[in-house]
Design a protein around this ligand. Structure first.
Ligand code: NAD
Length: 289
């Protein structure tokens, strides 16, 4: 690394808190070195209150860009000069590109999720999808499904604070992508959930249920809802294979885990910064196995 850094090296980074566990610095620095790009990437621990300073510093240091993680994803929106369609609809940004002082905010979580599905041979156009969850990850996926031509989206969430967020998302999708049929239901309405899954091509867990240390948990208790041609995807990546996925695989469903979404959302951001493809296979082998 020290041989790579010069007086001309461009800076990129991650902002949010906590950031010390992030795979982004190793993933991007490896890719810059591999493609002989004169950039370096660091993680900056930034609270919401420090967002204005961080944005000013990005401009002062002429940083090429930054990834944004919790809790800063919504806060940075108001400092962007432009937003991608998905970032505008969702009201959150995970990738900032700095073009000579003009900041454009993107959100690559949904794009990454759908790219990962494609890598597993799953197309989303004209499909019906049931998505459990309405937090950050689930909302990004819901909006991207609509933008990418899904026929119907059924959203389920428990009646917590995220339910209201889901009502907003439904409104936004109806306004921005009127041809997509989108509905919201209470996750505790098991009968309705089972009926929507029965008529879906893809089922997504977009909640944190099943995440370490609660690996034994799954929302779907009645595994008779899994039919062979249903694709079951999870946003949870720790563990790599969730209980939901194990149960679905046991009856022959194709399953897709959350680690690929993490990888591909990073690869999409890399392309926005550099206009080049990240060496995904090697990055996956080194850091996402
Ligand atoms: P969030 O806090 O924004 O949303 C949490 C969601 O879980 C909400 O919909 C909430 O209603 C639901 N929920 C919480 N407890 C529940 C329960 N007991 N039963 C049913 N639903 C419940 O979280 P987030 O940032 O969207 O993250 C959700 C999961 O996705 C986490 O496991 C996170 O690690 C993972 N994630 C993965 C990626 C990726 O790239 N694969 C990216 C972001 C998040």
């Amino acid at each position: 690394m020290e041989k790579r850094i010069s007086g001309k090296t461009g800076l990129l980074g991650l902002i949010g808190t906590p950031v010390d566990h992030s795979k982004s610095p190793v993933m991007y620095n490896y890719s810059f070195e591999k493609l002989d790009l004169d950039y370096a990437y660091l993680a900056f621990d930034i609270t919401v209150e420090k967002v204005p300073d961080a944005i000013a510093a990005m401009k002062t240091f002429k940083m090429r860009g930054a990834n944004v993680t919790m809790p800063c994803k919504s806060e940075v929106v108001k400092y962007m000069d432009e937003l991608s369609p998905a970032a505008r609809i969702i009201g959150a940004v995970n990738t900032i590109v700095n073009d000579n002082g003009k900041l454009t905010g993107h959100i690559t979580d949904g794009v990454g999720f759908i790219r990962n599905l494609k890598e597993h041979g799953v197309e989303v156009k004209d499909k019906k999808v049931t998505i459990m969850g309405a937090g950050g990850a689930a909302t990004a996926i819901q909006v991207q499904f609509a933008l990418d031509g899904a026929r119907e989206i059924s959203i389920f969430n428990i009646k917590d604070a995220f339910y209201e967020k889901a009502e907003k998302t439904v409104e936004n999708i109806k306004k921005e992508v009127p041809e997509c049929v989108v509905s919201l239901y209470d996750l505790n309405d098991t009968e309705r959930l089972n009926a929507e899954i029965a008529s879906s091509d893809i089922l997504v867990n977009g909640t944190l249920v099943g995440m370490h240390p609660n690996e034994e948990q799954t929302i779907i208790k009645d595994t008779s809802v899994f039919k062979k041609d249903l694709v079951v995807a999870d946003v949870v990546y720790n563990p790599k294979k969730t209980k939901l996925m194990e149960d679905a695989e046991a009856v022959g469903c194709k399953t897709v885990g959350g680690l690929g979404m993490l990888l591909w959302q990073g690869a999409e951001a890399f392309k926005l910064y550099t206009e080049l493809e990240m060496p995904v296979e090697e990055v996956q082998e080194l850091y996402f196995k």
